[in-house]
Ligand binder design. Structure first.
Ligand code: ATP
Length: 214
């Protein structure tokens, strides 16, 4: 059974940085990766594109790509979504032994102790932490103490157990961000090769950003 990797984000819009991360995690772990757009990120302004549109862009971006899919459950739930609730839901749907891993940036991981019932998450999923040049964040003593014995660099440790490990994944550095792409589009410039061709090819896909100044 392949591990299931959950890759959450705003995806406003999805770009090649996101897609390479999803693909490289899928290859490294021989896993299925679900891109999971978030409705209400706690510490950020509301997304420019609607929930439905962000799902449409994601689906278009990964069309035909084996091992990648879109899971819109957090958008359908309404209101803020706790990662804990999402993982409890996934656990109820999947065989108990299936490996589940959360894929997230090291800056997000460093903030884990602020998440709702964060220690319980280790009983539900592994953490695969993206390491990117110039994006390093210091892990607090509290988090370090919790994860010291959980660390591994062996993909098999993630594949063979359902939850509880922490693995660092060095991905190809692509210095692309959704905010930079929104700025390019708002300025009437061409985002080609920063976002998937399928989004550039359909004028409707990136239209919400062309009229926005955010
Ligand atoms: P914004 O610029 O609006 O903050 P973003 O490009 O960082 O957006 P998000 O949807 O917030 O995109 O990111 C979702 C996840 O993807 C996060 O865990 C983030 O660390 C990761 N990520 C974003 N851009 C890259 C990139 N270029 N390379 C690797 N990971 C990325």
């Amino acid at each position: 059974m392949k591990p299931l990797v959950v890759f959450g984000g705003t995806f406003d819009p999805v770009h090649v940085g996101h897609l390479r991360v999803a693909l490289e995690a899928s290859e490294f772990l021989d896993a299925d990766v679900r891109l999971m757009p978030a409705r209400t990120p706690p510490h950020r302004p509301a997304p420019v594109a609607s929930a439905e549109h962000r799902v449409a862009m994601l689906k278009r971006a990964i069309e035909g790509q084996k091992n990648l899919s879109v899971d819109a459950r957090e958008l359908l739930r309404g209101g803020p979504s706790y990662t804990l609730d999402t993982l409890i839901e996934l656990r109820a749907e999947l065989p108990a032994q299936r490996s589940i891993a959360l894929l997230l940036g090291d800056d997000a991981f460093a903030g884990l102790p602020t998440w709702h019932r964060w220690r319980d998450l280790f009983g539900l999923a592994h953490f695969v932490v993206l390491t990117r040049p110039n994006h390093g964040s210091t892990v607090s003593g509290e988090l370090d103490a919790e994860i010291a014995a959980r660390r591994t660099q062996d993909a098999d440790d993630i594949r063979r157990s359902p939850s509880g490990k922490v693995l660092n994944l060095a991905v190809t550095p692509l210095e692309v961000s959704a905010s930079a792409i929104r700025a390019i589009l708002a300025a009437g410039r061409d985002p080609r090769w920063l976002v998937p061709d399928a989004l550039v090819a359909d004028a409707a896909m990136l239209a919400p950003y062309r009229t926005s100044t955010r």
